[in-house]
Design a binder for this molecule. Structure first.
Ligand code: GRF
Length: 196
């Protein structure tokens, strides 16, 4: 019988996707954050091992040069030290440098609040509203060195409503993500297990 797989969740923000992943009883063995955030509080409340790898300790400041490679190495080392099989980025707001995708090739997932390849980047909801699309949504994909461009494994559509603001639309997209992401992670973990 194959050993049970271990999942890590990487988060920076509110942590509602982390909460949904935990509520789905996925095997979360580690949460990594890059700053103080509500996701860290959720990890603590659920007694999940938590490591904050603060990007400011690596020289991060908005718009400035910083040591992204050393930060990414620290994240990778933490994943390997916990024997993590799959990492799920859930609102992790730091772009990781390519090294991690060599060590964890096809083993990092991301959820993005648009129907990729439309509206990649940090402002997906704002950009979808500005473009006037009638339908947007969320996409789960395998993360690669090319931001928001890795192979798509699942998506869900969300209608844009008259009068939507960035906040109302994002909240509806997040409702869809909280359904789609846990079930997609579970299927992916099962595939990894079956493939070994
Ligand atoms: C999600 O919409 C995710 O796609 C985006 O950030 C949001 C995270 O929400 N990258 P939460 O922190 O899980 O509530």
């Amino acid at each position: 019988m194959n050993a049970p797989k271990q999942l890590a969740v990487l988060a920076s923000g509110n942590g509602s996707n982390l909460e949904a992943i935990l509520a789905d009883a996925l095997p979360v063995a580690l949460v990594i954050t890059d700053r103080a955030c509500n996701a860290a509080v959720i990890a603590g409340a659920n007694h999940i091992p938590l490591t904050c790898i603060d990007r400011e300790a690596f020289g991060y400041r908005p718009g400035g040069e910083w040591n992204r490679e050393a930060f990414t190495d620290a994240v990778t080392r933490e994943l390997t030290s916990y024997h993590i099989d799959l990492a799920a980025m859930a609102g992790f707001m730091t772009v990781l440098s390519p090294g991690i995708f060599k060590v964890y090739s096809h083993r990092v997932l991301n959820t993005h609040p648009s129907l990729l390849p439309a509206f990649p980047g940090d402002h997906a909801v704002r950009d979808a509203l500005a473009a006037g699309v009638a339908v947007t949504g969320c996409t789960v994909h395998i993360a690669t060195a090319e931001l928001d461009r890795g192979p798509i494994i699942a998506s869900a559509q969300v209608s844009v409503r008259a009068g939507d603001t960035q906040a109302t639309l994002h909240e509806r997209i997040k409702t869809a993500e909280r359904q789609l992401y846990p079930q997609t992670i579970r299927k992916y973990l099962d595939q990894i297990t079956a493939g070994e």
